[in-house]
Write a protein that binds this ligand. Sequence first.
Ligand code: BES
Ligand code: ZN
Ligand code: ZN
Length: 492
Amino acid sequence: MKVLVESNRDVECSVLVVGVCAPLKGIPAELAKADETLGGAIGQIIKDRSFEGEFGQLRSFAALGKLPQKNILLVGLGKGSEVTLDVLRKAAGISARAVRDSLGAKDFATVLHEVEVPKSTGKERAAAVAEGTVLGAYQFTKYKTVDVQKLKKLERVLIIGAGLDDAVKRAVAVAECTAFVRNLQNEPASNLHPKELAEHARDLEKKGVKVAVYDKKAIEKLGLHALLAVNRGSVHEPRFVVMEYTGGGKKKIALVGKGITFDSGGLQIKPGDAMVTMKCDMSGAGVVIGTVRAAAELKLPVHLFGVFAATENMPGMDAYKPGDVVNTYSGKTIEIAHTDAEGRVILSDALAWTEKNIKPDVMVDLATLTGACVVALGSVCAGVMGKDEAVIGQLVGAGVKTGERVWQLPFYKEYHDQIKSEIADVRNLGNIQKEGGAITAGAFLSQFVEKTPWAHIDIAGPAWSEQDLEYVRKGGTGFGVRLLVQFLEEFR
Ligand code: BES
Ligand code: ZN
Ligand code: ZN
């Protein structure tokens, strides 16, 4: 799908999408001409109140050859005073699918971004519409073989306006990187092992990113003992990947991701229902790859490192066991109190390695780390914690702007006391059953970060969607790419 900026309002295409706010008192000025041409058809639905501009309401008119566009699609945006950039993103997602699936068209022009949104610029609105369009039209069809030729696809989207090219180009690139991450998340775990995940990172070499991929032997040499411990239950080799994009900027930024390509729980195996979506446990790593890709494509002026550790967590014959004590890259020992708390175990090595070898000025990790975070926050936002309030504040701010929201969780000393071990340096589970699980997991990670300003984002909730929403589709969401690109653009 191509998303382009078009200055000619009267461009010929299948559909013109127009946003309408509630309450609708009369025909909106921008529709007056169309209404006249269509013999008052628009005015009629306003009069009979069958269309009131409620959020998500859709209504289409055939232009019967009287307008340059074959159809007009009205999209309700809800109360005018409550329209935000995220409302535009959502409306764009809904209307893109309405054009494709209901009207069966392959192209449309949109003026959704022309509605008023307090404190926003035209460029921001056009970007939101472009993002919502690409993300809302996303579909994972790779494994469909029956009637594939019947699958409906959008080919061309025109954003009407002038001077919007850069903003739209950026938005489309970031949305496409998000879709790329969704593809990785949606890929069945038996087709995306650590090796294949690493190859997706390797592909970024084409975009000028330096990529180092460490296989099992190299990982042994590096001394990533914790990663190796989790890997023991799997027949597939682990990978450790370091990407470096040098686009300028004095400060080094490191993103670190959890790359569990499938989380069965290990010997303390998950119940079936809880395992069903565990192909998405590599989301942190996927988002790191997607963000480095976006930074490279947008030529962001940053010095960015993307690091991830990848393995399956499986209950194979040599699997690590509850009660084991495992060594780590940092030298600290971990008591394995639960084999299903594997993400923090592999991240302990990834974080310690990154801090020691890259010496970043800031480090942010992303992980589908705990079910506890999903219980606490649901899937509408991620949890963020750490010891650097400035970094956390920047992430929270970027979340508000992008709609990929993060909510800070407390990081009090008491939580840190709960991961003390009697036989090792630290335990991979809080010692008060099920209390504060998202935070004790973060507290565990903090044991492996000595002095670098660092924040941990638990994306277990928003990484995956159980339902089709406006611009989030069922399955992997790619949550984190737009957030981090915004963070990178603002980081000084
Ligand atoms: N990958 C899971 C966390 C998760 C849960 C991600 C739901 C996405 C959706 C993680 O490795 C895990 O299993 N955590 C356990 C930890 C527990 C054993 C302390 C959990 O949250 O149940
Ligand atoms: Zn687990
Ligand atoms: Zn996991």
